[in-house]
Design a protein around this ligand. Structure first.
Ligand code: TRP
Ligand code: ZN
Length: 853
């Protein structure tokens, strides 16, 4: 079959026509569902006479222009109308079968409820339309359905009318006063439990807040509601942004491709990011809910009131909104721990994407399937780019920039350049070179060399930057890198704290009046998304762990210390020598365990030493077998060296009911189980007496490093207890997907037949297959290719069922460059097998063809 062509940013053209108003009438009736769309169309380009509307998999029942039947043609799904007037009313009636929609894009069914997902290009599966974000229309929506089965009929904006109809049916009408692009349209019809509350904005308007959840889950909706109110208050305080409608609704659905969706006034959420009580959700789940609720709420201004001109500008709303949700989490929780989490996403996922066949700038130049660009690059590196501007401008300058951006562009569809221009104009800071971060892909390598001149009391840092060519972009330029630096004296005092402007390929920074060589804390707080290459000595790292002012720097130093030890042992293994650990590493960790004032959550982060994917990202080619052995060795040596201290911390924290204490306790437990099987009883007791999911799962996770009788017993118990709670069964699936051992592949195949699993639900697929291929590297990369084949078989089934999810879970398979020749061959064979599929989706085609190019 012929595949679609890539679209290019450089080819962007403003639309010839726009749609100012649209009235949608939904008659929801199963496979006979009908949508009548009445659009007011207006010509923008005087020389245009024909109109091409987007549509996908639609069956058209009637079409009129100004009330009269009108000739049309359908070509490649698009609808062509010719000889049109400057202004007219277009009415199109389409017929849909939401129950047959397994791709979960457009109008589909989730567990008996109708719901929509229109970002990025799902609206065209509902009706023919100008489905592009620079066409902003005012929507009025009428929804009609059976009253008993679908008592709630929801859409964007305010409810303006409702009533009963013959045959047990009813209808509701909605009006959204704010012009919006089609991707922000939403409709939900179903039967739910409803949690209601309200929020008074700072200008004194009362907003009704509603959270809709599946029947029987009302008690699990309170945290989402509390998070929403917290977000609304925070956005007023920190960004001076207030909510604008009289009502804000959140609906939680089981079947959802992503985390959540910011549809105007009617957010649709994956249940994973709404439902929680302490028995069934972990502290991490609670945190995830708070941050996703905040993220979607923050989109109301950064995304909805001001939206993207075209999809290449996706980071305009996503990078900025991730930055905003990260700041929210940091203001209401631990700034250091939140920063560490964000750094980890960049270092173990985004760096991998940057060096993969799918490398792209945060504002990509070309796209085949837009769904493939909701990536860690656009979202998380995008947020780092915003954060760098925040660093360069300071909070005051940045907020001035935000104010200028909102005043200038409210109600518009704009570009990333417009955002940067607002930041520049409001602050006076020159961001011309900085703009390259938007167009250049790849991770800059920043090499630092230090030099101390004792005679001159002078310290010099030579900083050079280089970005290697990426698959889609050969030529690279020096970037403007804010480089945050602290210098510590030999006694551990902070003698300098400053952000250097690194702008050239090579630059030297000179520091005078230093009577002895300082210890540098480089790229503090990960002030730019780059790879830092500097040969820290063990002494320097120990110094940083003890004295660095920044908690994040202490964490970084411990990560570096651990990584150096692992790589040292990989080299030993490859040379046929025995492994060894420097006792100073053990002593440093012991010291931290004994420090009473160190933040518990930070210490927990330190004890979660880098995983295999983080380590792989540090090298060009990884010997996965040696790496996995060396990592386990270093972990075991640290754990047994610190056994007494770990036990003491574990016991001291055992009964404390606080997230930070629980995270440290569970990190200690995980390490203790690396020392000896004797500690299994700690885990067993913790599991059996747990009063919350964090402790139950902490115990099971600690036992999960190898298969044992106890592990199996507790997993069975867990399954019986939670068989009726899908989100918890996802944890059960993930535990089994991430255990070691050669029998894993068969165990996973068996689990795919288990009633708790279903290929049609994305959460289930991610919990079992996604977790296996992204987090069980040792088994996924089994030498015989059985891991690759398992993933490939699932992808082949998902290709027709749900292409978006198929293309998401293929990621580990296209990142084959780091592995040895024989594994690369096996991975490429799998990709060939997918490429040969007769009905290959655009989503998979784009990724596989780039990987094999
Ligand atoms: N805009 C959503 C967010 O960032 C992301 C999203 C939700 C999405 N559902 C989607 C993107 C479906 C693509 C397709 O919160
Ligand atoms: Zn978003």
């Amino acid at each position: 079959m012929t595949q679609v062509q890539a679209k290019y940013l450089k080819d962007y053209r403003a639309p010839d026509y726009t749609i100012s108003h649209v009235a949608l009438d939904f008659v929801l009736a199963g496979s006979d569902t009908r949508v009548t769309a009445t659009s007011q169309v207006r010509r923008l380009n005087d020389s245009a006479t024909s109109l091409l509307l987007d549509g996908e998999a639609l069956s058209i029942e009637a079409l009129t222009v100004d009330g009269n039947p009108y000739p049309y043609q359908v070509q490649d799904g698009q609808l062509l109308l010719e000889n049109l007037a400057a202004e007219f009313e277009l009415q199109v009636i389409t017929r849909l079968d939401p129950g047959a929609n397994s791709a979960l894009e457009g109008l589909y069914m989730s567990d008996g409820a109708y719901c929509t997902q229109c970002e990025a290009q799902g609206f065209r599966r509902i009706t023919y339309f100008l489905d592009r974000p620079d066409v902003l229309a005012i929507y009025t929506v009428r929804v009609e359905a059976d009253k008993q089965a679908f008592p709630y009929l929801l859409s964007n904006g305010n409810q303006v009318e409702a009533g009963d109809l013959d045959g047990g049916r009813h209808f509701v009408c909605w009006q959204d006063p704010f012009p919006k692009p089609a991707y922000l349209f939403a409709l939900v019809a179903g039967d739910f439990d409803l949690l209601q509350d309200s929020f008074v904005t700072k200008s004194g308007r009362e907003v009704a807040l509603q959270v809709f959840v599946d029947k029987g889950n009302l008690h699990k909706s309170h945290h989402a509601m509390a998070s929403l109110k917290k977000s609304m208050a925070w956005d007023e305080q920190r960004f001076d942004l207030e909510y604008d409608l009289d009502i804000y609704m959140i609906v939680a659905v089981d079947f959802f491709n992503m985390g959540a969706m910011e549809n105007k006034g009617l957010n649709v959420f994956n249940t994973k990011y709404v439902l929680a009580d302490t028995a069934s959700a972990t502290d991490d789940d609670y945190h995830g809910i708070e941050s996703v609720v905040a993220h979607e709420y923050f989109h109301n201004w950064t995304g909805n009131r001001i939206t993207c001109r075209d999809w290449f500008q996706l980071s305009l709303k996503e990078g900025l909104t991730v930055f905003r949700d990260q700041e929210f989490s940091s203001d209401v929780g631990s700034r250091a721990v939140n920063r560490i989490h964000a750094i980890k996403v960049i270092k173990n996922q985004q760096f991998a994407e940057d060096s993969s066949p799918m490398a792209h700038a945060i504002r990509p130049e070309s796209v085949i399937e837009m769904n493939n660009f909701y990536t860690v690059t656009v979202y998380n590196k995008g947020a780092e780019v915003i954060r760098m501007m925040h660093t360069l401008l300071g909070e005051t300058g940045f907020q001035a920039g935000m104010k200028c951006y909102v005043e200038r562009h409210d109600g518009q569809a704009v570009t990333c350049d417009d955002f940067v221009a607002a930041m520049e104009d409001a602050s006076g800071v020159d961001l011309s070179q900085f703009r390259r971060w938007y167009s250049q892909s790849g991770t800059p390598l920043v090499t630092v060399k230090e030099e101390y001149d004792a005679g001159a009391n002078q310290y010099r840092l030579h900083i050079s930057q280089r970005t290697l060519p990426t698959a889609e972009q050969a030529e690279k330029w020096p970037l403007h890198i804010p480089f945050d630096l602290e210098l510590l004296s030999a006694e551990g005092e902070s003698i300098l704290n400053r952000v250097l402007d690194v702008t050239q390929a090579e630059q030297t920074f000179v520091f005078d009046d230093l009577p002895s060589a300082p210890v540098p804390s480089l790229l503090q707080n990960f002030s730019a998304p780059v790879k830092l290459l500097f040969n820290y000595s063990i002494e320097q790292l120990l110094h940083l762990i003890r004295f660095a002012s920044s908690e994040v720097a202490k964490w970084e130093a411990s990560v570096t210390l651990f990584s150096q030890s692992v790589w040292h042992n990989v080299a030993s293994l490859q040379a046929g020598q025995s492994m060894h650990i420097d006792s100073r590493l053990i002593d440093a960790i012991k010291g931290l365990l004994l420090e009473p004032d160190l933040d518990q959550a930070l210490l927990a982060e330190i004890l979660h030493f880098p995983n295999l994917s983080t380590l792989i990202e540090q090298v060009n080619e990884a010997d996965i077998d040696a790496l996995s052995m060396a990592r386990t060795f270093v972990l075991e040596e640290i754990a047994s060296g610190c056994e007494d201290e770990l036990l003491a911390r574990y016991r001291e924290l055992a009964a404390i009911d606080a997230p930070a204490a629980r995270s440290l306790k569970n990190a200690a437990l995980l390490l203790l189980l690396n020392v000896s099987d004797e500690h299994q009883t700690l885990a067993e007791n913790q599991y059996r007496h747990a009063t919350n999911m964090t402790d139950s799962l902490g115990a099971l996770t600690a036992l999960n490093s190898e298969d044992s009788v106890l592990r199996q017993t507790l997993l069975d118990d867990f399954q019986q207890r939670w068989s009726q709670t899908p989100l918890v069964m996802d944890k059960w699936l993930t535990l089994q997907a991430t255990c070691a051992g050669d029998e894993r592949i068969d165990a996973i195949k068996t689990l795919m037949q288990h009633p708790a699993f279903s290929l049609s639900n994305p959460n289930r697929v991610r919990a079992l297959i996604g977790a296996f291929s992204a987090a069980n590297l040792a088994v996924f990369h089994r030498q015989d290719g059985a891991g690759y084949q398992l993933l490939t078989d699932v992808i082949i089934e998902l290709n027709t069922l749900n292409p978006q999810v198929a293309a998401r879970i293929i990621t580990p398979l296209i990142q084959f460059k780091k592995f040895d020749e024989s594994r690369q061959v096996l991975m490429q064979q799998s990709l060939q097998q997918i490429l040969a599929l007769p009905q290959l989706s655009n989503d998979l085609f784009e990724k596989v063809s780039k990987a094999l190019a």
